[in-house]
Write a protein that binds this ligand. Structure first.
Ligand code: SF4
Length: 285
């Protein structure tokens, strides 16, 4: 019995021209790219080093100040606390104190956090990695079991797919991208985090965004609905420039599929390509 093959990808003439222009007309399959994980700096370790704290990135990865959106100037220090919902349980004061932390203190606090039940089964908190003041901050929903073991966001095949997506717009975690999740600890069985867990962890993300100072946000998969606080289907959120506000600063937010979705549904690539073009445009890349 032969195994059914997925339908061949169909590109419009415009999409094909884009692909050829950037030299990536080959499919974005992880097996076609060299392993990227060895090249990736582990910012979890960097943020534990005082020299790499707060908003002072290595000169080699700094974005010129002129490229920062005007709204990013004169940032105030504290993100707004998370609003309560009917499903939210008691919010621990530990995450709320994040508003005053530098990156080093934030990483230490997250690593030891017990503000919600997800701390019980995690191997380690997954904080983030990449460069400060990036063109793009990629945000997923929560770490999976592989990220939990590695202590890094977006690893293995989905990580390679993400790296290939970024490569398509000439970007990378070592150059101009920071990668993280909303929730820092793996939900058991890789389930979707509960609203109370998202609310508990959100102050950490808000402070992290404030410290990282991204030029734009690329929200992948269900993280888009969580960040935009909507139940709208992903398809209705795509190809639009949303705004995510942190501490009074407005950051453009673009929505796309989770890289793991591309592994399972390669035909999604054409739509993701368009999302990447949009984030590239709003980031000034
Ligand atoms: S998921 Fe967030 S709030 Fe919950 S224990 Fe982990 S770091 Fe703390």
């Amino acid at each position: 019995m032969t195994t059914p093959q997925p339908p061949a990808l169909q590109y419009s003439a415009l999409q094909l021209a884009w692909l050829q222009e950037l030299g990536i007309e080959k499919p974005w399959l992880p097996s076609e790219q060299p392993p990227a994980s060895k090249e990736i700096a582990v910012v979890i370790k960097q943020v534990r080093t005082p020299a790499a704290t707060d908003t002072v990135p290595p000169a080699a990865v700094m974005q010129p100040a002129a490229r920062l959106p005007s709204a990013n100037k004169n940032r105030s220090p504290a993100p707004a606390p998370v609003s309560s919902t009917s499903e939210q349980t008691k919010v621990d004061t530990q995450p709320l104190a994040a508003a005053a932390m530098d990156m080093h203190a934030l990483a230490e606090t997250i690593s030891a956090c017990q503000a919600c039940g997800l701390c019980r089964e995690r191997q380690q908190a997954v904080i983030g990695e990449g460069v400060m003041q990036p063109a793009i901050m990629v945000i997923g929903q929560a770490p999976d079991d592989l990220e939990d073991r590695a202590g890094k966001p977006f690893v293995d095949r989905s990580g390679l797919m993400l790296d290939n997506m970024l490569m398509a717009i000439k970007s990378s975690r070592t150059q101009n991208v920071y990668v993280s999740n909303i929730v820092k600890c793996r939900p058991p069985g890789n389930r979707n985090p509960k609203p109370a867990e998202l609310a508990s962890c959100k102050p950490y993300l808000l402070r992290q965004i404030e410290l990282v100072r991204p030029f734009s946000i690329l929200a992948v998969g269900r993280a888009a609905q969580s960040l935009l606080e909507t139940d709208q289907p992903l398809d209705q959120l795509r190809q639009k420039t949303h705004t995510f506000e942190v501490a009074g600063q407005k950051i453009p937010l673009i929505v796309t599929s989770h890289p793991v979705n591309l592994l399972n549904h390669p035909s999604e690539k054409a739509a993701v390509w368009q999302d990447l073009q949009l984030v590239k445009t709003v980031s000034g890349l």
